[in-house]
Design a protein. Structure first.
Length: 376
């Protein structure tokens, strides 16, 4: 049986000089976890965000781990973290012996609820850090969240892995925390195949992170180590891909937003489908287009996912909240209100739709028609 053309959720797309830059890395023999493209990618981000220091690393998870260390998390310390996220947001807390405390979402952006955050602070006034995640390209509501953290004098770490290019009141997501991270994993808006970046205004912190990321070598001729180190630096070959990708970031944001708008248009007449709306002042990249189905609809997310799958089209559930994950079963959770937690409701009723910038308009129309067919 000939299968229909595969449509991906989000796959890499090379639009510019990636191949040329990788060739340059090879031709100059800079095939190492340092080199001119690593430096260039960091400079590109320092200008773009803008931020004083960007440190290119092997993964967004590595960047988060170093952010957790910079925040001074020690065994037994509590760290508040969005519950609706990928496990990589929370795992690095545990690498350092910290104890995650999960915070529910609010229903507008699906990101951390300031109401739930306040409740967590009432019980634990002194966590070591708060990890605020901006999911699926949508900024968290920083004007509500940051003053609460400031009031308690707690370090904010921003996990902007999924939201590079998004803005909140004109300022880039990934610049709101003391330490911020983005991911260049293969499915992200721009990729280095695998990689990440730590962003901070604090130059001393960036220097410490860079040292940790390169095996904590002290500045001596011989190999001198006074701290535990990691092998977390980005390869110059990966950075070459990243430099090519970076040149087309704005185009990618535009394409992702157009994909989202086509879904909004396509599902306009179906009352049971709700597409996330951008609150005033926020500009989402819609890295993934998210649909929420009414809990009263006979069509369930699984019906959509399996029907698309049969047509060779990828889709995926919304993240399963961390407080429902067996690995974090012992961790505390603070809900948005007395009703069903918002994050649980989103997990149950949401679907991530194909949001691949390689997808043609015709491909997307096929996706829309298949989904509309289920609601007839
Ligand atoms: C919210 C979130 N945080 C962290 C990460 C980790 O990034 P990486 O895969 O680059 O380690 C990801 C994605 O992969 C993510 O989606």
């Amino acid at each position: 049986m000939v299968k229909n053309k595969k449509i991906y959720l989000a796959s890499p797309q090379m639009l510019g000089r990636e191949r040329e830059y990788v060739k340059e890395a090879f031709d100059s023999n800079w095939v190492a976890p340092l080199g001119p493209f690593v430096d260039k990618l960091e400079e590109d981000f320092e200008k773009y965000m803008p931020v004083k220091n960007a440190v290119a690393l092997s993964a967004g998870t590595a960047a988060l781990h170093l952010a957790i260390k910079l925040a001074g998390v020690k065994p037994g310390d509590k760290v508040f973290c969005s519950s609706l996220t990928f496990s990589a947001s929370a795992n690095p807390i545990v690498y350092e012996g910290g104890v995650p405390v999960f915070i529910d979402s609010e229903p507008t952006t699906y990101n951390m609820s300031s109401v739930a955050l306040e409740k967590a602070f009432e019980k634990y006034p002194l966590p070591k850090a708060v990890i605020i995640v901006s999911l699926y390209g949508m900024p968290a509501d920083f004007d509500k969240l940051l003053p609460i953290c400031e009031k308690h004098g707690v370090t904010v770490i921003e996990d902007a892995a999924e939201s590079l290019g998004a803005t909140y009141k004109g300022k880039h997501v990934g610049t709101f925390g003391k330490y911020n991270i983005i991911s260049f994993n293969g499915n992200k808006i721009i990729t280095t195949s695998g990689g990440g970046m730590l962003l901070t205004e604090d130059t001393k912190a960036a220097e410490r992170a860079l040292k940790w990321a390169t095996q904590s070598r002290e500045p001596a001729r011989h190999y001198q180590h006074e701290e535990i180190g990691y092998n977390y630096r980005m390869s110059n070959v990966c950075a070459a891909i990243g430099c090519g990708q970076f040149e087309n970031l704005d185009d990618k944001v535009r394409m992702k937003r157009e994909i989202f708008e086509r879904y909004v248009d396509g599902f306009r007449d179906i009352d049971e489908i709700e597409m996330i709306t951008e609150p005033e002042g926020m500009e989402s990249t819609h890295w993934l287009s998210i649909m929420k189905i009414s809990e009263f609809s006979k069509v369930r997310p699984l019906d959509i996912m399996t029907t698309l799958e049969a047509e060779n089209i990828e889709s995926r559930p919304i993240w399963k909240p961390m407080h429902l994950q067996p690995v974090f079963a012992e961790c505390e959770f603070f809900a948005h209100d007395d009703k069903r937690p918002v994050s649980e409701e989103l997990f149950e009723n949401g679907v991530c739709l194909p949001s691949d910038t390689n997808m043609t308009v015709e491909d997307q129309e096929r996706v829309i028609e298949i989904i509309k067919g289920l609601f007839k």
